[in-house]
Design a protein around this ligand. Sequence first.
Ligand code: SF4
Length: 451
Amino acid sequence: MQSQLIELPMNKKVALYTLGCKLNFSETSTIARNFEQRGFKRVGFTDRADVYVINTCSVTDNADKKCKKVVKEARRFSPDAYIVIIGCYAQLKPKEIAKIEGVDAVLGAAEKFQLIDLLDGFVRQKEARVIASEIKEANAFVGGYSINDRTRTFLKVQDGCNYNCAFCTIPLARGKSRSSTVEAVLKHAQEIAATDVKEVVLTGVNLGDFGIVEGKRQFKFFDLIKELDKVGGIERFRISSIEPNLLTDEIIDFVAHSKRFVPHFHIPLQSGADAILESMRRRYRKQLYADRIAHIKAKMPHCCIGVDVITGFPGETEELFMETYQFLNELDVSYLHVFTYSERANTAAVAMGNVVPMKTRNQRSKMLRGLSHKKKRIFYEQNIGKTATVLFEHDVQNNVMEGFTENYVRVRAPYDPLKTNTLQQVELLQINQEGLVDINILENSVLKIQS
Ligand code: SF4
């Protein structure tokens, strides 16, 4: 869609709100920077902004309720503000959202990065405007990064997905797989390196599929991480989530030897039963997953491994669920993110029979969350007595600061203003009542990786 550069009144205030994933956070930051470049002042949600941008998610349960609530709150703080809704939910249900009281405009995936120019100076009209092309139009890649608490940033390197998992609306909301170039990501990484940020989390919808530029595969994810590893000034890179079939031995071996890429993987499994993986249209079976975990652990015994799993997918009998439970129980992984299956319009799964009752889905989720708790505790216990490096965050509560080790153990220590946003070598002492690890900071331990 063509847009014109609109003259904007000066000194307007914009507030942005993000629902959903790391990618949404990174995109909200990019849009916020666009506003600032056009003379807007970014303010907090309660600061009576002139324009509110709400970046929505379709994966979260009750996306509609959450969106309505945020709109209502924005109206409460600023009755005359212009309220714009963007994000996955806006792409999937634009007309529905336009009917929410208080909404002025809804923009789709192909339009969201041009919203300043598309919305004619943010003049409120009687009816909400809907500017949402079909998802096949969303083929441009817009990169960016968020700076959250100034210690870490989510760097968006890939968007969209060409897979076709039966439960997932993301390809409908975000379109085809497309990426930045290696060169463009390096430029962003260098910009980040010039700030005070110490950790970069690589983010995408299907991150391991990085490398499709203008419809053609031009790079592999491995090309990207090899180059990023050379960027001076960034001390840690974390890979946010990667499909098991795309997590190759060369990536694992590279991370095992890298000083900057930390030993932490988050690998979606979704089910530990091949019959369910097949009907979910996942591109691997449980043996491949088990092999990936074994390879990681052979190379990096201390590596943290997180797993996404869905309970109650259609056709998941008690027996198949127990297969998943046993598989995960025996697997050397560190924590689970458990999702209870819920029906989404326009997916293949909604038409499937053998629906699992919601009560059973919830019971299964509860069992897996219990297993996750046990796994995490075992993983933390394995780390007690070891030394590790921690990046302490800026957020301080009750005189306590927290941070993560390279392998994602959450630790805490008494607040020391000189230690926030620094990497410190620590000794892991014990698991405390909150389930975090108490530590001892080893003296003179500020770490810096040489570029
Ligand atoms: S890999 Fe599957 S679950 Fe993940 S975004 Fe693509 S379609 Fe959705």
